[in-house]
Ligand binder design. Sequence first.
Ligand code: ATP
Ligand code: MG
Length: 289
Amino acid sequence: MLMSDKLLSIKDLELSFKMYEGTLNVLKKISLDLHKGEKVALVGESGSGKSVTTKLILGLLNQRNVIKKGNIFFNSRNLLDISQSEFKKLRGNNISIIFQDPIAALNPVFKIKQQFYEVLSNKKKISKRESIELASKALLNVSISDPVRVLESYPFQLSGGMAQRVVITMAMINNPDLLLADEPSTALDVTVQNQALDLMDDLTKVTNTAVLLITHNMGVVRRFAEKVYVIYRGVIVEEGTKSQVFKNPGHPYTEALLQSIPKLNGTSIPIHNDNAPNYAEIPKFTHPK
Ligand SMILES: Nc1ncnc2c1ncn2[C@@H]1O[C@H](COP(=O)(O)OP(=O)(O)OP(=O)(O)O)[C@@H](O)[C@H]1O
Ligand SMILES: [Mg+2]
């Protein structure tokens, strides 16, 4: 892969929240690279700092008590330096996000057609009629046979699986360079979750869109990603290709995550137990490139 294909490059990113009780250090010198069209997973348990990373990429952490250091280069621009109006242009246009709960991700008070219009008109001037035509075509393309009914619906009128397809279609309709999928489907059953992953895979392949998949589930990583970063308490503890990480995990925390993949008989080994080492103190493991 050429260096010039680099799309997103996070370098020594640090994030802290100033709280009444003191400073909470959430991200500690995170570095992460994503090339054009690449499928990368950021995997780690709850509270490890996955969602705040996506929020920083989207320019959504601007409260006064937020301290950021380092760089986030996107197409060579530093996202920590750009204005809110520039972010507004990037969001939904060059960078899209799919949040974990599809119904909640949609605005409950607007019909689906209005939400498509919002996204499409961020890219270029468009009439409401053109917007409906484009949205119908996109929905047909994801095997929604009655796009008009869906476009005329409010989010609560859609099933979870249908809402998920709509959300993914909407996120992809402007052919973004980067799709952030923050635990896209933990709220759904496994079949719907797999369908969502397959749909993301299909749509992003066509447009050569890179994906940063945020999850705590190694089963999801195995199904989808090419490259893996493992995050533990705001530190990247391991990085490598999928086969490197699955065949040869180099960090004990990664091994613990792999053991916690739900087994078919429903049992899985919990990561937290009294004998677990302090994973943050164990050096990062980087597989050879
Ligand atoms: N706005 C905020 N103010 C203060 N602390 C925050 C804020 N947002 C997140 N945090 C803290 O930062 C840490 C990382 O949160 P984050 O939401 O990134 O976790 P996560 O890895 O996405 O977890 P999950 O898998 O549960 O979604 C947590 O300790 C959280 O409490
Ligand atoms: Mg999260």
